[in-house]
Design a binder for this molecule. Structure first.
Ligand SMILES: NC(=O)c1ccc[n+]([C@@H]2O[C@H](COP(=O)([O-])OP(=O)(O)OC[C@H]3O[C@@H](n4cnc5c(N)ncnc54)[C@H](O)[C@@H]3O)[C@@H](O)[C@H]2O)c1
Length: 342
């Protein structure tokens, strides 16, 4: 107990909220209505900008080689995904890439579905290579890459047909394709609204229902993990992102509703909701670039004291996809360093 690092951490936890945050609370700045963070300075949406989401100029994510992987892993066999075939949407970069890696390193064959097919192809090869290097005496899982814009039902169906041409069946689905834009609600362009709901909500719906039909036809059980967000149950400040928050609330409740509807078909569905995660895109987010110091303010409100690393989702997605969670369905797990319990 006299460990100085422990005492320092305890002191930081007890001094709540931290001094810097106490003097200029984000919430009060926003709700006074004149916040310098409101309006253009916080908005990532610009009606004059036309383009596909996400921004292709953002550099590719890199595979993780740290704590998530070790050479010898004594663990409960029920956590293994060996013999399973998983599909992940939005798996080519960011959080989806870390989860793709988790599924393969847990033994699953994997189909990565992404708008960015080139990146998906590259990362599929890299993940398989990493597995072969780590476990040279084991069978290397088959990892394939497929194009789909998940907001398009026909794209979803075409990608599934392609996947089933290369894999025997589908046992696990992770829906991670999604994006966030900050914009004052009254200014959010209608076509961007439709795009966000199309990808975040309809994309989840199209993919999960298509995979469920496949499982019904084959009479096989399965799991689905919908990637939500803490924004589905709290309102982040100071960034204006009402529609994103609503879209993630929809994802969370869709998981619960489908879990009940399909429970007797042997399909489990849960929602995995990350908190503030440090991806390449997050680091370059306009709101953080324009507001140096905001990251420190957010981190001051996270009990664990830092934004999350993508690899911190690897355990939760594996758990929810595996038999280790076989009596858990319709639930939400938040991976947020304790942010939402304060
Ligand atoms: N990064 C965070 O802090 C955070 C926090 C909570 C929730 N999330 C959620 O996690 C998910 C991934 O976020 P990220 O930060 O890793 O994003 P990201 O932009 O780094 O990666 C998203 C991936 O999805 C793909 N994609 C986007 N739109 C698509 C579409 N229409 N069809 C198919 N693929 C598409 C992209 O090409 C990309 O590979 C999103 O659903 C996001 O809302 C992120």
């Amino acid at each position: 107990m006299s460990n100085p690092r422990f005492l320092a951490r305890t002191a930081r936890t007890l001094r709540w909220p931290p001094a810097a945050t106490r003097t200029t609370p984000i919430a009060s700045r926003q709700f006074q209505g004149q916040s310098p963070l409101r309006g253009d300075s916080a908005a990532r949406t610009d009606a004059s900008i036309q383009g596909k989401t996400p921004d292709a100029s953002i550099p590719a994510s890199t595979l993780l080689t740290g704590n998530g992987i070790s050479k010898f892993n004594p663990t409960l066999p029920s956590f293994s995904l060996a013999g399973k075939v998983a599909v992940i949407t939005g798996g080519a970069r960011g959080l989806g890439l870390a989860m793709s890696q988790a599924l393969v390193m847990s033994g699953a064959d994997l189909a990565i579905v992404d708008l960015n097919k080139d990146e998906a192809v590259h990362q599929a090869q890299e993940i398989a290579k990493l597995f072969a290097q780590r476990y040279p005496n084991e069978r290397t899982p088959k990892v394939t890459a497929h194009y789909a814009d998940v907001s398009s039902k026909s794209d979803v169906e075409a990608s599934l047909a392609e996947i089933l041409g290369e894999h025997k069946e589908i046992n696990n689905l992770i829906t991670c394709a999604g994006f966030c834009e900050n914009c004052p609600a009254e200014d959010f362009p209608a076509e961007r609204m439709r795009r966000m709901l199309g990808v975040n909500v309809e994309g989840t719906y199209f993919y999960s229902t298509a995979v469920a039909k496949h499982m019904f036809e084959r009479k096989i059980p399965g799991t689905m993990v919908f990637i939500g967000s803490i924004s589905g149950s709290i309102v982040n400040v100071p960034q204006p992102q009402a529609l994103y928050n609503a879209s993630k609330a929809a994802v969370r409740h869709l998981a619960a509703s489908l879990a009940v509807e399909w429970a007797d078909r042997g399909i489990r569905i849960n929602c995995l909701s990350p908190g503030y995660m440090l991806t390449e895109i997050a680091l370059k987010a306009k709101i953080l670039v324009d507001n140096p110091g905001l990251k420190a303010e957010w981190e001051g409100k996270i009990p664990q004291g830092h934004m999350g690393a993508p690899e911190e989702l690897m355990g939760a997605v594996t758990f929810l996809s595996s038999d280790a969670s076989r009596y858990i369905t319709g639930q939400e797990i938040k991976v947020d360093g304790g942010y939402t319990v304060c």
